[in-house]
Design a protein around this ligand. Structure first.
Ligand code: DC
Length: 223
């Protein structure tokens, strides 16, 4: 029996790390939907397509094929046959995705169709913004993972510091707040907290504690 887990929440709430670990513990496949939206943005950037014009983005969809593959259990994003898993993590790609790609209904319909199919084949742990509300409406378990902007910015700041030193905390928190605003106020499938989702505030929890909590809720529900 398929028992999908949907994890939604704002940027930086720790969804992907948590989802990946929960999937590993349960032997499920992890699906990161953000990277699919990022794949579309990367295509537009690489082809120098003016993504500020909605019709250009919609037109480009017919030339885009996004596939997911797994190497040692790690999800790989394949854009038109090329592995772009590292390229999609770029800061600029994240900003373009949030502001110009994820807001377009046609893009969402294109990717949601692929995501819904994945949820029918085997049990998955899927994270994103509209998973509980649109993609996996009948998920066995829905989690809304939250954390204060400050807690999320601190984590993000630490993460960026590991890669480069010229980063300001103030800029990181501003970026987080800007992204929160676009992701929660957009017209199509904004991030919402579903009534049937279990709410977890991870501001004062570490990854292991959040994973443990989700597994506990999952096992209780299985009884
Ligand atoms: O989770 P992430 O940072 O990789 O997501 C990148 C952007 O894509 C972010 O602005 C939210 C958007 N997104 C979305 O609208 N719906 C999803 N299911 C996943 C991501």
């Amino acid at each position: 029996m398929i028992k999908n887990i949907a994890i939604d929440g704002l940027s930086g709430a720790g969804k992907s790390t948590v989802a990946k670990e929960v999937a590993r513990e349960l032997g499920y496949v992890y699906v990161d939907t953000g990277s699919m939206y990022r794949g579309v943005a990367l295509y537009l950037i690489e082809r120098k397509i003016d993504y500020k014009k909605e019709k250009n983005v919609i037109n480009a969809l017919k030339n885009i094929k996004i596939d997911l593959e797994y190497v040692n259990g790690e999800q790989q994003v394949i854009l038109n046959g090329k592995n772009v898993s590292t390229d999609v993590r770029n800061e600029k790609v994240g900003i373009v995705t949030s502001k110009y790609v994820a807001v377009i209904n046609e893009v969402r319909e294109f990717l949601v169709e692929i995501q819904k199919e994945l949820g029918k084949k085997k049990s998955i742990v899927m994270d994103g913004r509209d998973i509980g509300s649109v993609v996996l409406k009948d998920a066995f378990l829905k989690i809304y993972l939250d954390a204060t902007p400050e807690a999320r910015a601190k984590r993000r700041y630490k993460e960026i510091l590991g890669k480069k030193t010229d980063v300001k905390y103030e800029e990181v928190i501003e970026d987080i707040k800007r992204r929160d605003y676009t992701d929660t106020t957009r017209k199509h499938s904004p991030l919402i907290r579903c009534d049937d989702a279990v709410y977890i505030d991870s501001s004062n929890m570490n990854i292991e504690e959040v994973v443990e909590e989700i597994i506990k809720i999952y096992k209780e529900r299985e009884k």
